[in-house]
Design a protein around this ligand. Structure first.
Ligand SMILES: [Zn+2]
Ligand SMILES: [Zn+2]
Ligand SMILES: [Zn+2]
Ligand SMILES: [Zn+2]
Length: 490
């Protein structure tokens, strides 16, 4: 039985509420995408498997319609993804124009995903009417943008004219609606080979947005991009279900901008309305006047609101804050060497709160380096760096515990990162006599709990693309054996 209901009101539009008390990790629903296709403004890719291919005259093509197909896919006798459009292109004699340069985005492919939605609409009018037609396309707001005119020429004109969709009863209005629906709602997914596509999931789009979501979703490319959605925390009957349409590890200013530009709305969630972002100080600057206060926006929902120190009368215009942040971000973008990141973290301590999103992004880059980068592989790390990695992972987790609470993938990945240095550090400390056997076992038990929790969440992912699922299972086995053998020794 469905554990939620779909509601509608004038303020929120469509939204969902839990119809029973939900435990963390409760399965909510799964769905196949209405359509899958290349992302807008992507490089030239195969229209069957989406791997990148040469868009110039020397690239491989479909023998039937001349549009891009990789070498392997061009030998197929039956297409799946490319089937319907191939017939349309053949019938209308619509040829692909080779690109002059393989490194430019292939705007001819921008019509493919909208075309697939339109052809699926013909094939399954019921699903279109019930699920896709009510989706938000923000026509009024898109109408005023430059993108509208570009799409009008490049997609609408092309599909109605050369592709002859007019003959199938397709109108300009419906094509613009499809383009809008895709722009506002499509999700990025990774193929089994690791290339990117966009997928349209009508049911997922009904979940309202929040910057502190209470659901998570996993996309399974090995099952035709089937998506499944679960709760991450306990949700009480009658509460709303939320997913997050932006990046939880961006600051409020960036999240607001991303949502406004891509989704055409302003978020008023609890986190966005709070200058301290729920006490994390994720966007707080340090005061340069009194040197100990935090400087926060006086109204985070207004991009132009003045920023104020919480300890002294210091005030800074929003524009200056944006400029300083931009300068800092440019500085750290030039390299991600471990030394530079550690140096910058210290250097920025006087400017940014230690939990500021720029600091957190540097800490996250360090977590990716320690244990993974050449000459910093886990087995080679000295105790001091193992300890540093543990410290960084714990810091990140304490942030994720607030922004992506409970059984979220982000927490699972961070816990997976955390378990291994705990084991190695404890072993090394035990070997040199800094830990007793009992203390060593306690640390291993701690790592086991963290790894178990991580693996349980990761089991929802497609193990064909999320290889960590398999590593987590193996690590768990190894760790169990280690603990048992140590206990036997006693
Ligand atoms: Zn292919
Ligand atoms: Zn073809
Ligand atoms: Zn928000
Ligand atoms: Zn101050």
């Amino acid at each position: 039985m469905q554990k939620f209901s779909i509601e509608k009101n004038s303020e929120l539009g469509r939204y969902t509420i839990a119809t029973e008390n939900l435990q963390p990790g409760s399965y909510l629903f799964d769905e196949l995408p209405f359509a899958v296709g290349p992302k807008a403004r992507s490089l030239c890719c195969c229209l069957e498997c989406y791997c990148l291919i040469d868009g110039t005259a020397s690239g491989s093509r479909c023998e039937k319609c001349s549009w891009p197909l990789c070498n392997d896919c061009s030998k197929l006798t039956e297409f799946s993804a490319h089937k319907r459009e191939c017939e349309v292109f053949q019938a209308a004699k619509c040829k692909f124009y080779n690109l002059p340069d393989p490194n430019v985005s292939c705007i001819q492919l921008d019509c493919i995903t909208p075309l697939r939605v339109l052809l699926e609409r013909e094939a399954d009018m019921d699903r279109w009417n019930i699920e896709v037609d009510p989706m938000e396309d923000h026509r009024d707001k898109r109408f005023e943008t430059d993108a509208w005119d570009a799409d009008q020429q490049n997609i609408v004109g092309y599909l109605l004219g050369p592709c002859k969709l007019k003959d199938r009863g397709i109108t300009e209005e419906i094509i613009q609606k499809v383009i809008g629906i895709l722009e506002v709602n499509a999700f990025e997914a990774k193929t089994l080979k690791g290339d990117y596509v966009r997928c349209l999931y009508p049911k997922l789009a009904i979940l309202s947005h929040s910057c502190i979501p209470n659901t998570t979703h996993a996309i399974h490319p090995s099952e035709n991009f089937k998506l499944n959605v679960r709760s991450t925390i306990a949700i009480s009957k009658g509460s709303q279900l939320y997913s997050c349409y932006t990046y939880t590890l961006n600051g409020t200013m960036d999240r607001q901008q991303h949502l406004m530009e891509g989704k055409y709305f302003q978020c008023h969630c609890e986190r966005c309305s709070d200058p301290t972002e729920l006490g994390t100080h994720f966007s707080s600057m340090k005061c340069r006047d009194c040197l100990y206060g935090d400087v926060d926006s006086s109204n985070p929902l207004d991009a132009e609101a003045i920023w104020k120190c919480n300890k002294c009368p210091m005030e800074i215009p929003a524009e200056s804050i944006r400029e300083s942040l931009k300068a800092l971000q440019n500085e750290i973008e030039c390299t991600n060497s471990v030394e530079f990141l550690e140096f910058s973290l210290e250097e920025y301590e006087g400017i940014l709160h230690p939990n500021h999103y720029i600091m957190i992004s540097m800490k996250s880059a360090l977590i990716d380096s320690y244990g993974h980068m050449k000459s910093y592989l886990l087995a080679e790390l000295p105790d001091i760096l193992l300890h540093r990695k543990i410290e960084l992972c714990e810091e990140l987790l304490s942030i994720l515990d607030i922004f992506e609470k409970g059984m979220s993938r982000a927490r699972a990945l961070m816990m997976y990162e955390l378990h291994a240095p705990i084991v190695l550090y404890a072993r090394s400390q035990y070997d040199i006599g800094h830990l007793t056997k009992l203390e060593y076992l306690e640390q291993l038990e701690k790592a086991r709990r963290i790894l178990n929790e991580s693996r349980e969440i990761l089991e929802w992912e497609d193990e064909n693309v999320c290889l960590i699922v398999i590593s987590a299972r193996k690590s768990q086995e190894t760790l169990e054996k280690l603990i048992v053998s140590l206990e036997m020794e006693q």
